[in-house]
Design a protein around this ligand. Structure first.
Ligand code: PHE
Length: 357
């Protein structure tokens, strides 16, 4: 018994990991372990022998078990020490403040515009930014020779030499989404289409990429009066005032007849932009009754249906509402500008909760 004891105490003290320890436990005090087998022999002994051997065997078993437990704890401590040596953290370092990001004014205004028109029954439609020549121009009654093509300062996509198909363009307005919506859903129809548009132009109120939201309503009894009411309602809701001074100016677009452009009274005094006062006007949208040829391009019968359409400059609205004087800064990604003009991420604009705060 002393031999057994010496053997196992030594092996346990030398065990390198938990697995080796478990092997030893099975070998010594497991069901078929050496100590357990010895205990079975007790049955063959005389009562006197048993009285002497029994307690000793039990004591041996207890001793081995506690040696195993102690070694197991020691191994776990050593493993933890090893981890602590490699995985340390300097809690005395200064903390890093986390600034939350902000919503860009263009995103904010897009959400506001969407909330207002959704309330009037318009749903949101989208189209591609790389647009076919046909959707961007021909379908909107702007044929190949039309001066509007040149006026729009169009960006054309690269074409392989010898490829004589019309080139794709970066859409110059959101009006092609009118055609795509008509093709897709037919009449009656009420959609707004917000998105990016592109023209080669750059100054304080123009950038080569900017944002528009198109509106299109097609039904059997749509008139210019509906258009005017809708736009006035929109402008009042958007600027959160009871009255705004608007100027409807007779105009011309190939895809509407008649057409009107809408300006809003503003002032640039001292370099800051204010709405509702001053002697300046800023053009914010183009509109009109959808040209019969445009309805036809969208597979809608102009003998039965009419519609109005408008295209609003989203960036212009943001400049006016939030007093941002230079459009170019919108797209500079200057963090100081974004923190100053940005909106809290969780203030989603709704008509009942308030568009802006
Ligand atoms: N597409 C025109 C533009 O970009 C705006 C517009 C849209 C005018 C719809 C009339 C109707 O200038």
């Amino acid at each position: 018994m002393d031999d057994l004891r010496d053997k196992y105490i030594k092996l346990i003290s030398e065990a390198r990991d938990e697995a080796a320890l478990e092997d030893l436990r099975v070998q010594a005090v497991g069901k078929k372990g050496e100590v357990s087998l010895k205990m079975r022999e007790l049955g063959k002994m005389t009562p006197e022998e048993r009285q002497a051997a029994g307690p000793k065997l039990n004591a041996l078993k207890d001793e081995i078990n506690s040696a195993l437990t102690a070694k197991k704890a020691a191994l776990a401590d050593a493993a933890l020490d090893e981890r602590l040596k490699t995985e340390w953290l300097d809690v005395t370092l200064p903390g890093r403040p986390r600034r939350s990001g902000t919503i860009h004014p263009v995103s904010q205004v897009t959400e506001e515009v969407t909330a207002i028109f959704a309330d009037m029954g318009f749903s949101v439609a989208e189209g591609p930014q790389i647009e076919s020549d046909w959707h961007n121009f021909d379908a909107l009654n702007i044929p190949g020779h039309h001066p509007a093509r040149a006026e729009m300062d169009t960006f054309y996509m690269h074409r392989e030499e010898g490829d004589n198909r019309p080139p794709h363009v970066l859409r110059t307005h959101t009006s092609p989404v009118q055609i795509r919506s008509m093709e897709l859903a037919g009449a009656p129809l009420r959609v707004i289409c917000p998105g990016r548009v592109y023209r080669a132009d750059y100054d304080q109120t123009h950038t080569p990429m900017f944002h528009q939201v198109e509106g299109l309503a097609v039904d059997t009894d749509i008139s210019m009066a509906n258009l005017k009411w809708c736009l006035e309602e929109f402008v009042k809701a958007f600027f959160e005032v009871d009255a705004v001074e608007l100027r409807f100016r007779a105009s011309h677009f190939p895809f509407t007849e008649p057409s009107a452009e809408v300006d809003i009274r503003c002032s640039w005094e001292g370099g800051t932009l204010k709405i509702g006062e001053g002697d300046d006007w800023m053009e914010i949208l183009g509109s009109g009754m959808v040209h019969p040829k445009v309805l036809m391009a969208g597979n809608i019968d102009p003998a039965y249906w009419q519609g109005f359409a408008f295209g609003i400059g989203i960036d212009r609205l943001a400049m006016l509402k939030y007093g941002i004087p230079d459009l170019r800064a919108f797209f500079d990604s200057d963090l100081r500008w974004l923190r100053h003009y940005g909106f809290a991420a969780l203030d989603v604009p709704t008509l009942h909760g308030g568009l802006s705060r």
